[in-house]
Design a protein around this ligand. Structure first.
Ligand SMILES: NC(=O)c1ccc[n+]([C@@H]2O[C@H](COP(=O)([O-])OP(=O)(O)OC[C@H]3O[C@@H](n4cnc5c(N)ncnc54)[C@H](OP(=O)(O)O)[C@@H]3O)[C@@H](O)[C@H]2O)c1
Length: 329
């Protein structure tokens, strides 16, 4: 049966003035392989603000945006046996970008329809509110690091180590892949990055030339990049010739994916892979295991009611939150 509840929709592309809280958002009955989650929380990712402002635009409004959801299983589709009504779960939906949405809507809503393959049982060691901050950033870090096929003991340089994705990048690099981790962040967040397991932290205020000077005689095997731009170009000069650049498409990407892919294919550049995160219930099973065994920590910077998502968008767009902004549904 379909179900109707509240949602924060955007009524057009634009600034935070396009948000509107409604109570008549209807989600269709789940089909085979689908479930409805009654949401406890969602979280704000930078991509949400891009979509709100018109990037990746689909021109149908009103539209629910957002990719992360935590909550309880409300209904399961015919033949779906993976989850039972009432299970505490979390998921990344493809709805965070309209071109990938396959007809699914976003997660800034009370009821969210997703494929069961995108869902995992939520960690018991976190509140469901904090768990909503995990899916998109954890899966991004995991998928990007796996691409680089890391080998225990290798040296990785994490650009954006204090950010929501980078925090998982640092922890996975250290705890799961056994790498020597150098995190790049502001001085303000150096202690945070060290507490996540980084062996050393470098302050990005020293600039691209500072990065080259510091590491030219002690090069890296892997660059994990969520920043792009001049910092990435400088980092590549301190990457071993056989090293791997694992790049996450971001606002500083510019022509980097094309440029580095071409150089790699020409045989003049490093191995390069660009990640656009994909939903994955099995990936989130790993997050649950790591969180519940204490090998991974999740940092919430701020918790807001759904109606104040715009404030969260401003904070995340500023780019120095030091953790996730959670939206309580
Ligand atoms: N392709 C994908 O699938 C995918 C998935 C997730 C995210 N992303 C993208 O990845 C980026 C990061 O996402 P996030 O959620 O981790 O964001 P975030 O939590 O806001 O983190 C931003 C990071 O950037 C750092 N930073 C800010 N200004 C900087 C500067 N001038 N030089 C160097 N570093 C600087 C911050 O360091 P301080 O806080 O220490 O200043 C922080 O580490 C975003 O552009 C997002 O869209 C892409």
């Amino acid at each position: 049966m379909s179900v109707t509840g509240k949602a924060l929709v955007i009524t057009a592309s634009g600034g935070n003035e396009v948000f509107s809280l409604v109570n008549n958002h209807t989600v269709p009955a789940p089909g085979p392989g689908q479930v409805i989650i009654k949401a406890v929380a969602s979280s704000v990712n930078p991509v949400d603000a891009y979509v709100r402002s018109g990037a990746y635009a689909s021109k149908t409004f009103p539209k629910v945006i957002g990719g992360d959801v935590s909550g309880h299983i409300h209904a399961v589709g015919e033949g779906s046996t993976k989850f039972a009504v009432g299970d505490a779960v979390y998921a990344l939906s493809t709805s965070f970008v309209p071109f990938a949405a396959e007809g699914f809507e976003g997660t800034y809503a009370e009821y969210v329809l997703v494929k069961e393959d995108w869902v995992s049982l939520a960690p018991k060691s976190l509140s469901l509110a904090d768990a909503a901050g995990v899916p998109l950033v954890f899966l991004t870090a995991l998928q990007a690091l796996e691409k680089a096929s890391p080998v225990k003991g290798q040296r990785v340089l994490v650009l954006g180590a204090s950010g929501a994705v980078g925090q998982h990048g640092v922890q996975l690099a250290k705890q799961v892949f056994g790498l020597h981790v150098t995190g790049v962040s502001s001085a303000k967040h150096a202690d945070l990055v060290k507490s996540l397991g980084a062996d050393e932290v470098w302050d990005y205020k020293e600039g691209p030339e500072g990065l080259k000077a510091t590491f030219s005689s002690n090069k890296f095997d892997i660059i994990f990049d969520v920043i792009g731009g001049e910092l990435l170009d400088a980092a590549v000069t301190v990457l071993k010739s056989e090293g791997y650049i694992t790049h996450i498409r971001n606002k500083g990407s510019g022509d980097a994916p094309d440029r580095y892919t071409k150089a790699f294919e020409d045989g003049t550049g490093h191995k390069f892979g660009a990640t656009f995160v994909q939903p994955s219930g099995s990936g989130l099973d790993k997050a649950t295991e790591l969180l519940d065994s204490g090998k991974l920590v999740q940092k919430t910077a701020l918790t807001l009611p759904l109606a104040e998502a715009g404030k969260g968008h401003d904070i995340v767009t500023d780019g120095h939150a030091g953790g996730k902004v959670i939206l309580i549904i």
